[in-house]
Design a protein. Structure first.
Length: 276
């Protein structure tokens, strides 16, 4: 889907309303009207702080004055400057509260229409385009001829479309990241399983090797034990027999020598006897 790139030129808030710009029955006092008139003059000269003071003086005289309330909210909007729209210290937060009350409760339709319009601008600045769209539509329901509200409505709808597209992109990106995360998690799980299998195989092979070594050692020990239990080995027996044979031969030689000596002695004796 093609991205929408807009240079938004929002038609800003409407100027303060004059007492004589409405068809509302005017119950205000002369002093109240003077304060409102003076406030409008200060507003026109961009002296918004002075205008605020004068509108508040009018409200001290007549707290129900819809025009004084609306004009006060308008000058508060002007004093918001570069402050963040959602900041609690931003005067626009107080203006928002006043406009909302007037939009729903004002007897003067012009006051209600312009309040909805300015609520649309406030929401637009907060990038709450859905809310901004609803506020502009409410202003148009009261006055279908409000071209400024219609133009701002179109801009808000385009910005809402762009916002939704970006949101969808971010959602798709997050979804891709989640899929990659799940894939990596699955891969790690497979690697862990493979490592576990490899370790089990290595341990099994090692155990088998140890068993074979133990078996071999046991067999050798059993062979030695068997030989010991059976007595003299063939090699030892042969050695013993050889030794015994040598000893027997030596004994035989000694006996023969003794016999020979004895025979020689006897022979000598016989010869002497014969001489007699």
């Amino acid at each position: 889907m093609k991205n929408i790139s807009l240079n938004i030129l929002l038609i800003l808030l409407i100027c303060p309303i004059s007492l004589w710009a409405t068809n509302q029955f005017d119950p205000s006092t002369k002093k109240e009207r003077n304060y409102i008139r003076q406030g409008n003059e200060q507003y026109a000269d961009n002296h918004y702080r002075d205008a605020e003071v004068l509108y508040k003086k009018a409200l001290e005289i007549n707290p129900t004055s819809e025009i004084a309330q609306y004009n006060l909210a308008s000058t508060l909007m002007k004093q918001s400057g570069s402050a963040q729209a959602n900041s609690p210290n931003n005067p626009i937060m107080q203006a928002d509260s006043i406009f909302r009350n007037l939009a729903h409760n004002a007897i003067d339709k012009k006051v209600a229409e312009n309040s909805y319009y300015n609520l649309g601008n406030i929401s637009f600045d907060k990038q709450d385009y859905a809310q901004s769209i609803e506020m502009y539509k409410s202003a148009l329901r009261i006055n279908p001829e409000n071209d400024d509200a219609r133009e701002n409505l179109r801009l808000a709808q385009l910005k809402k479309q762009e916002q939704d597209q970006n949101k969808n992109k971010n959602n798709d990106k997050n979804k891709d990241n989640e899929q990659k995360k799940d894939k990596n998690k699955e891969q790690n799980k497979d690697n862990q399983n493979q490592n576990k299998q490899d370790n089990e195989k290595q341990n099994k092979d090692k155990d088998k090797q140890n068993q074979d070594q133990n078996q071999q050692q046991n067999q050798q020990q059993q062979k030695q034990d068997k030989q010991q239990s059976q007595g003299i080995s063939d090699a030892n027996a042969e050695k013993i027999l050889k030794t015994m044979e040598n000893e027997e031969n030596a004994t035989r030689r000694k006996v023969n020598e003794l016999r020979k000596k004895e025979d020689e002695k006897n022979a000598s004796r016989r010869r002497i006897t014969n001489q007699w």
